[in-house]
Every structure is written in structure tokens, then in C-alpha cells.
Unconditional design. Structure first.
Ligand code: CA
Length: 219
């Protein structure tokens, strides 16, 4: 299995407070290979290693890091489907992010995120923004915060589309929910707004999420 140290972790550590035990151990893997002992069904709830006709199962990224209580994994995956009704082609996709703790190759699910995009006959957009995926320990408690964002939408025109940025720390979830910022051709940007859901989060979490949002809102 090919694993490379995420250079991003070093950049993040310069811009944020101490990262406790997290960043030096962060590894990320985009080979599509799950660690031994973890199945696609564990990640997505979708059975079978072999997708049915018209479906595509993909593991996009596996991340591993050390927390104060041991190793943690996050798996980014998608299940896509293409179907036809009469002469119309429909595409749907589900995005998954599932986090696990691991002990002696036994994985225990911590948190599962599932975003369903219904069948779309136009241009389906349902994708993670790679540059949004970060790991921090902003409150220095030895528990990593995993930040990631994704866009979803069904359309053919240039207009703001749904953008969500999530931050997971253990089994806690915080979110900015809004839309992308685009220039529909008028020379003026539209959208880019969000509603924060960071109740009970340490203050630094929302500030960091806003910073990431500003960096990725046009993607
Ligand atoms: Ca933390």
C-alpha cells in the first residue's frame, strides 16, 4: 500500500496553534485501498466489493493519524449510479466520510457522514474539494479535528450550488452550510454565504472553518 506523508499537515501546523500528537503521524492514501480489516460495507453500508451494473464504488482517500487514545482512520468514498428512463440518462451519487478507531485490526465506527444526491438528468455535481481536507488539533486536546467540504447540485448553468464544510472531532460534528461563490458572467460574484452550526464548539473551530470556507468557496 502506497502511503505518503501529507505535506499539508506541516503547512497547517504553521498557521494554527499546537497540533498535539496529530500532524506528525498523519498519513493519507489515495490508492483506493482500504486497510486490512475494513470493508467497503463498513464505510458505506453498501454491500459487496463488486458493484452491480451501472454502479461505481470508489474509495477516494484513506487517512490515518494518532490520537491520545490510539489510531484513527477516516475514509472518503462514493457510490455512483447511472440509470436510464426512456431516452433520458440519470446520474446519482452518494458521498461518504466515515471515521474509525482501530485496535488490533478491529475497527470501530466513530462517525458516519452520508450525503445523497438524487437522480439528476442534467450535470450532476457531487464531489469533495480535495484542498479542503485538513486535520488539526486547534484546542490541543489530543483529539484531531477533520475538516472537509463538498459540493452537490444538479444543473447546467453557472450559479451558486450547495457547499457544505464539516468539521468532525471525535463523534462531534460542526458545519457551515451554504453555497459556492460564482461569477455567472456578469463580472460580479454571487453566493458564498453560509449558516454556521458550531454550537458548543471551541471558538477557534468556527474561526478556522470560516478561513477554510473563504479559501474554497469558489471551487
Ligand atoms: Ca481537538
Amino acid at each position: 500500500m502506497k502511503r505518503t506523508l501529507l505535506a499539508l499537515a506541516a503547512l497547517v501546523s504553521m498557521a494554527t496553534p499546537a497540533l498535539a500528537d496529530v500532524p506528525s503521524s498523519l498519513e493519507t492514501d489515495t490508492s483506493g485501498t482500504l486497510p486490512e480489516g475494513l470493508t467497503f460495507e463498513d464505510v458505506t453500508g453498501v454491500a459487496g466489493a463488486t458493484p452491480p451494473k451501472g454502479a461505481k464504488h470508489e474509495v477516494l482517500r484513506v487517512m490515518r493519524w494518532e490520537e491520545r487514545d490510539g489510531p484513527r482512520f477516516a475514509v472518503f468514498a462514493t457510490v455512483g449510479k447511472v440509470g436510464r428512463k426512456d431516452d433520458t440518462k440519470y446520474e446519482s451519487r452518494v458521498l461518504y466520510v466515515t471515521t474509525f478507531s482501530e485496535s488490533a485490526q478491529t475497527f470501530t465506527q466513530i462517525r458516519a457522514i452520508k450525503e445523497v444526491s438524487s437522480p439528476c438528468e442534467l450535470d450532476l455535481e457531487a464531489r469533495f474539494i480535495a484542498s479542503s481536507i485538513r486535520l488539526t488539533d486547534l484546542d490541543d486536546d489530543g483529539v484531531g479535528e477533520l475538516t472537509f467540504a463538498y459540493v452537490t447540485g444538479c444543473g447546467g448553468d453557472v450559479s451558486p450550488t450547495t457547499l457544505k464544510l464539516l468539521m468532525l472531532e471525535g463523534d462531534d460534528k460542526y458545519a457551515l452550510r451554504g453555497v459556492t461563490e460564482v461569477d455567472p458572467g456578469t463580472g460580479t460574484y454571487e453566493g458564498g454565504i453560509y449558516k454556521p452550526d458550531f454550537k458548543k464548539a471551541p471558538k477557534a473551530f468556527l474561526a478556522y472553518a470560516k478561513k477554510v470556507w473563504d479559501e474554497i468557496k469558489r471551487q
